[in-house]
Design a protein around this ligand. Structure first.
Ligand SMILES: *[C@@H]1O[C@H](CO)[C@@H](O)[C@H](O)[C@H]1NC(C)=O
Ligand SMILES: *[C@@H]1O[C@H](CO)[C@@H](O)[C@H](O)[C@H]1NC(C)=O
Ligand SMILES: *[C@@H]1O[C@H](CO)[C@@H](O)[C@H](O)[C@H]1NC(C)=O
Ligand SMILES: *[C@@H]1O[C@H](CO)[C@@H](O)[C@H](O)[C@H]1NC(C)=O
Ligand SMILES: *[C@@H]1O[C@H](CO)[C@@H](O)[C@H](O)[C@H]1NC(C)=O
Length: 318
C-alpha cells in the first residue's frame, strides 16, 4: 500500500493522496527539521552574500550583486522526503556540470548550496544529483513513455499491475539516453553548479527538478554512481509568473497535448513546502535583463546527514 499511494499521488490530484512521499515524516520530525532550519537562517543569508559578492571565487558565470536585494533567507528545502518519482535512473546519471546534451530550451545555470542542518555549515563534497524532463515533458531513459499519458494508464499499457508497482524498484526505462541528468559534488563552500535548460512539464505534475544529495559516494568508471548514502530527496520548483513567461516560448509552447499543472494544483508541491520553507528556485537573468535569454537559479538545500534514506531508491542497492 505504501508504494501504491505514491503512484496514485503522481497520477492524480492532491485530493486523493494520503502519503505523497516515499518516506513518512512524523509531525514531530517535521517540527524538528523546521527548527533546525530556522536556526540556520542567518547563516543562510551569510552564504548567499558570500556566494554572490566574493569576486575571488571562480564560477562559470559571474553575476552582479543586485539580485540579493530580493533574496529570501528561508530557501532551505527541509522536507526532502518527497518522492523521487518513477523516473529516477542512476545508470544514466553521470558526473558532469552540463547536462543539456543539445536539448532545446531556455538555458539555466542551477546553483545549489548544501547546508548541514546540524551545524549550519556548508557541506563539502556531497554529490548533488539532478534530473528533470525536457521542454516537451520527456525524461531521458524513458523516452518511449508518453508525457501526456496519465501514470496509471501508462502502467496499464505496460501491463504492470498497480499493486506490483514500486517506486525505485519497478524498472520502467525504455532506452539508454542520458539528457538532463547529471551529478556534481559541492565545493568547500558547499556550492555546486549545473548547466541545464528550463524544464517543461508532463501530465498531472507541476514543473519540477528532482534532486538527491548523496554522502559517502563512489562512482563507476563511466561516472555513474555505485553507492552512497542518500540524505535528501526533493523536488525544486519555479515561480508561477516565471513559468508562464517561459512556457509561452518555443519549444515549450508547442506542448499543447496536455494542460500544465500549476504549483498550486500540484500533488507533491505542498509537501516540499512543509514547515514554512520554500522549494522555489530564485532566478536572475544571465544578461541582467531578460530571463528568456537564460537564467541563473539559486536554492539552498538543508540536509540532515544522519537521516540516511533507504528502501525507495536504487543507490546502494545496485
Ligand atoms: C535574514 O538575514 C539577514 C542578514 O543576515 C538578517 O538581518 C535577517 O534577520 C534575516 N531574516 C530572517 C527572517 O531570519
Ligand atoms: C555505466 O556502467 C553501468 C555498469 O556497467 C551501466 O549499468 C550503465 O548503464 C552505464 N551508464 C552509462 C551512462 O554508460
Ligand atoms: C524531448 O524528448 C523527446 C524524447 O526523446 C523528443 O521526442 C522531443 O523532441 C524532445 N523535446 C524537444 C523540445 O526537443
Ligand atoms: C561509506 O561507504 C563505505 C564503502 O562503500 C562503507 O564501508 C562505509 O560504512 C560507509 N560509511 C558510512 C558512514 O556510511
Ligand atoms: C512570483 O513572481 C511574481 C512576480 O515577480 C511575484 O509577484 C510573486 O510574489 C512571486 N510568487 C511567489 C510565490 O514567490
Amino acid at each position: 500500500m505504501h508504494h501504491f499511494s505514491i503512484a496514485i499521488s503522481l497520477a492524480l490530484g492532491a485530493s486523493v493522496i494520503a502519503h505523497p512521499g516515499g518516506h513518512h515524516l512524523s509531525a514531530r520530525e517535521v517540527v524538528r527539521r523546521s527548527e533546525l532550519g530556522l536556526k540556520c537562517r542567518d547563516k543562510v543569508a551569510h552564504y548567499h552574500e558570500r556566494r554572490w559578492h566574493d569576486d575571488t571565487t571562480s564560477y562559470q558565470i559571474q553575476t552582479k550583486a543586485p539580485y540579493f536585494e530580493t533574496i529570501q533567507n528561508d530557501t532551505c528545502v527541509l522536507t526532502p522526503e518527497v518522492t523521487q518519482g518513477p523516473y529516477v535512473y542512476p545508470q544514466s546519471q553521470t558526473l558532469r556540470q552540463d547536462m543539456t546534451e543539445n536539448q532545446p530550451g531556455v538555458p539555466l545555470w542551477l546553483d545549489i548550496g548544501v547546508l548541514d542542518m546540524a551545524t549550519c555549515e556548508p557541506l563539502e563534497d556531497v554529490l548533488v544529483d539532478l534530473w528533470h524532463c525536457n521542454a516537451t515533458g520527456s525524461y531521458s531513459s524513458f523516452t518511449d513513455l508518453s508525457p501526456d499519458t496519465a501514470f496509471l494508464t501508462l502502467l496499464e499499457e505496460l501491463g504492470i499491475d498497480i499493486d506490483d508497482f514500486e517506486i525505485g524498484v519497478t524498472d520502467l526505462h525504455t532506452d539508454d539516453s542520458t539528457f538532463l541528468r547529471g551529478m556534481w559534488p559541492t565545493d568547500k563552500n558547499g556550492m555546486m553548479e549545473m548547466k541545464t535548460v528550463f524544464p517543461g512539464f508532463y501530465i498531472d505534475r507541476a514543473i519540477h527538478i528532482h534532486v538527491q544529495v548523496h554522502t559517502n559516494w563512489t562512482l563507476r568508471e563511466n561516472g555513474t554512481i555505485v553507492a552512497g548514502n542518500t540524505v535528501s530527496t526533493g523536488q525544486l520548483y519555479f515561480n508561477e509568473t516565471l513559468e508562464e513567461r517561459i512556457m509561452a516560448l518555443e519549444p515549450y509552447a508547442s506542448h499543447t497535448q496536455t494542460d500544465r499543472t500549476t504549483n498550486a494544483e500540484d500533488s507533491v508541491f505542498p509537501y516540499d513546502s512543509t514547515g514554512g520553507f520554500s522549494p522555489l528556485v530564485d532566478v536572475i537573468p544571465v544578461d541582467g535583463e531578460d530571463v528568456t535569454k537564460g537564467m541563473i537559479g539559486y536554492i539552498t538545500l538543508g540536509v540532515d546527514t544522519t537521516a540516511i534514506e533507504d528502501g525507495d531508491n536504487y543507490v546502494g542497492t545496485l
